[in-house]
Design a protein around this ligand. Structure first.
Ligand SMILES: [Zn+2]
Length: 294
């Protein structure tokens, strides 16, 4: 009896005090979540590359000759919309063999557990993102980490495979290269691959976020993270880049480009990565000014 009581108390303690673990389908609430998760019709960006995300959170589908690849999964409540978008294009979601992640924040990684369950796909991200993605909890070195808090938590993902800087995830005839671009998070990865159609081949770059956004008190300047962002902006600006895509579609001008589809392919722009990098350096300068004046 005493032993039973002790184990019951132990169970209650573990259940009550352990970190909250979110179920794959448990929706996440945030100020912008409903706006981000508004439905978006899927569309072809170019050749093997399709947009299957929501209005404010990108999810990119890559078609190979041996299955599909998905990059980013939005919020947990985005997974059903992404699944429906993939099927609307005529693909079978169960053919997704690999899910790649840009960076482990709830608005891009939150839907991955549900999408993994739906597809059985392997999940890949950079070495520094594995602990966050596997636990669903921000690590201390993330600028948005808040001590002793569930802030930023999302459903954890099992069986995450780390991809090194410059290494490839190869599925069928498409190889997708991981390019480390830390700063927004320590584990930020930019992914790049080739898309060919009508005898023209383009370099597609899914450039990770370069925004200096943090929890209160974090200093991009004093922590050295600003230097990482400057280096990462340089890396993205130097990539072979004909088509830029980003985790938030606002940053590649999705709505504006969809409105100009009758003018050829508005997504093709070999200056887009350079302009994105320059924009990021401008925002960072503003952030550092405000850190210096506080
Ligand atoms: Zn983020």
């Amino acid at each position: 009896m005493k032993q039973l009581l002790t184990s019951s108390i132990l169970f209650l303690l573990l259940a009550g005090c352990g970190p909250r673990q979110l179920e794959p389908d448990a929706p996440i609430a945030c100020d912008l979540c409903d706006q981000w998760n508004a439905p978006q019709d899927p569309f072809r960006v170019h050749g093997n590359t399709w947009y299957v995300g929501t209005r404010g959170l990108s999810s990119i589908l890559i078609e190979t000759n041996d299955g599909l690849v998905l990059i980013d999964g939005g919020l947990p409540q985005s997974a059903a919309l992404i699944d429906a978008n993939i099927r609307e294009l005529g693909f079978d979601t169960r053919d997704v063999k690999a899910i790649l992640l840009s960076h482990p924040h709830y608005d891009h990684a939150g839907g991955i557990a549900a999408l993994q369950r739906l597809t059985g796909a392997s999940v890949f991200t950079g070495v520094a993102g594995v602990a966050t993605l596997s636990s669903g909890r921000l690590q201390e070195d993330d600028p948005q980490y808040v001590a002793a808090s569930d802030a930023g938590s999302f459903p954890p993902v099992s069986n995450v495979t780390a991809v090194g800087d410059g290494e490839f995830v190869a599925i069928g005839d498409v190889s997708i290269r991981a390019v480390y671009t830390p700063g927004h998070t320590p584990g930020s990865v930019t992914w790049t691959w080739e898309s060919c159609a009508l005898n023209s081949c383009y370099h597609v770059v899914y450039a990770d976020s370069l925004t200096a956004v943090s929890a209160q008190g974090f200093q991009f300047g004093a922590s050295g993270t600003a230097n990482e962002l400057v280096d990462s902006a340089g890396v993205i600006g130097d990539l072979d880049c004909d088509i830029l895509l980003t985790p938030h579609p606002f940053f590649f001008g999705m709505e504006d480009k969809l409105a100009r589809l009758d003018e050829g392919n508005p997504f093709v722009n070999n200056l887009a990565c350079i302009l994105y990098a320059e924009g990021a350096l401008g925002w960072l300068e503003q952030r550092l000014d405000s850190e210096r004046s506080h």
